[in-house]
Design a protein around this ligand. Structure first.
Ligand code: ADP
Ligand code: UDP
Length: 236
C-alpha cells in the first residue's frame, strides 16, 4: 500500500492517505506535548513503542470482541488503519484517582474506586478539550444517543480486558483515554491509540509511574518508563 499525501499532522502522529480511500497510514512521532500543547519535547523511541503497543492492544481487543480500526503494522512506526470519521469525544475511564480527577475533587492520587468511572471531554484544542456530559454531546450533535450508549459499552469492555491484561504484567491500569470513530457503514469502532501517552500505568508493587506523567511532571527517566512497558509486554 503506497503512502500518498499527508492529510493531517497532529501532536503525536502524522496521518497519510493511501491508494485505498478507506485506508489511512498513521506514522507515530517521538514528539511529546502536555497541557494542551504548552509543554513540548521529544521522547527518543516513543513513536516506535507507541505504534507497537497500540497495535498489540488493538489485536487483543479485537480478539475479545471489540471492533477497532486496526488493519496492519507495516513498519516500526507506521500502521494501516481503517479511515473513520472521528467522534470528537475523548472518552476517559478511571480505576484509580489521579491527574485531573484528583485535582478537580481535591483528593489524593491512588484511591482505588469501587467501580470504574467514565467521563467525556469535547475534543477541541481551541477550547482546551472541556469536560462535556452526554446530554451536551447529543445537543451539539457530536454523537447520537445510540452511539453514546455503544461507546460507553465498548469503553468499559476495553477497561475489563486491559485491566486484567496489565495486572498480569504487574501493572495497575490507573486511567486512560479512548477515541471512537464511524466507519463508512456508520458502525462505531475504537480508533486512535492506546499507549503510555494515553494511559496511566503504575507498577503494582512500587507504584512507580510507567507513562507520560514522567514527562508531564519532569520526573526523569522518561525513555526508561516507555521501554519498561515495552519490555513487560513484549518480553525484551
Ligand atoms: P492530535 O490531533 O490530538 O494532536 P495525533 O497527533 O495523535 O493527535 O493525531 C492523530 C489524529 O488522527 C487524531 O486527531 C485522531 O483523532 C485521528 N485518528 C485516529 N485514528 C483515526 C482513523 N482511523 N481515521 C481517521 N482519523 C483518525
Ligand atoms: N489523556 C490523554 N489525552 C488527553 C487527556 C488525557 O490521553 O488529551 C489521558 C491521560 O494520559 C490519562 C487519562 O487520559 O491517562 C486521564 O487524564 P486526566 O483527565 O487526569 O488529565 P491530565 O492529568 O492528563 O491533565
Amino acid at each position: 500500500m503506497n503512502r500518498k499525501e499527508m492529510l493531517y499532522e497532529g501532536k503525536a502522529k502524522k496521518v497519510y492517505a493511501t491508494d485505498d480511500p478507506e485506508i489511512l497510514l498513521v506514522d507515530y512521532k517521538d514528539d511529546a506535548t502536555a497541557f494542551n500543547g504548552q509543554k513540548k519535547g521529544t521522547i527518543a523511541g516513543k513513536g516506535a513503542i507507541n505504534n507497537r503497543v497500540t497495535n498489540f492492544m488493538m489485536r487483543l481487543l479485537e480478539k475479545e470482541g471489540v471492533p477497532t480500526h486496526f488493519v496492519k503494522e507495516i513498519s516500526d512506526r507506521e500502521t494501516l488503519v481503517k479511515k473513520v470519521s472521528i467522534i470528537p469525544l475523548e472518552v476517559i475511564i478511571r480505576n484509580i484517582s489521579a491527574g485531573s480527577f484528583a485535582k478537580h475533587y481535591g483528593v489524593e492520587e491512588g484511591i482505588v474506586f469501587p467501580e470504574p468511572t467514565i467521563e467525556f471531554s469535547y475534543k477541541n484544542d481551541e477550547l482546551g478539550d472541556p469536560l462535556i456530559n452526554e446530554y451536551h454531546a447529543f445537543a451539539l450533535g457530536l454523537a447520537s444517543k445510540e452511539e453514546i450508549a455503544e461507546i460507553k459499552r465498548l469503553a468499559f469492555k476495553v477497561n475489563d480486558v486491559m485491566k486484567a491484561y496489565f495486572k498480569s504484567l504487574n501493572v495497575d491500569l490507573v486511567d486512560f483515554k479512548l477515541e471512537f470513530g464511524r466507519l463508512s457503514d456508520g458502525s462505531v469502532v475504537l480508533a486512535d491509540e492506546i499507549s503510555p501517552d494515553t494511559c496511566r500505568f503504575w507498577d503494582s508493587e512500587t507504584h512507580e509511574k510507567l507513562d507520560k506523567d514522567r514527562f508531564r511532571r519532569d520526573l526523569g527517566n522518561v525513555e526508561d518508563a516507555y521501554e519498561e512497558m515495552m519490555k513487560r509486554i513484549f518480553g525484551k
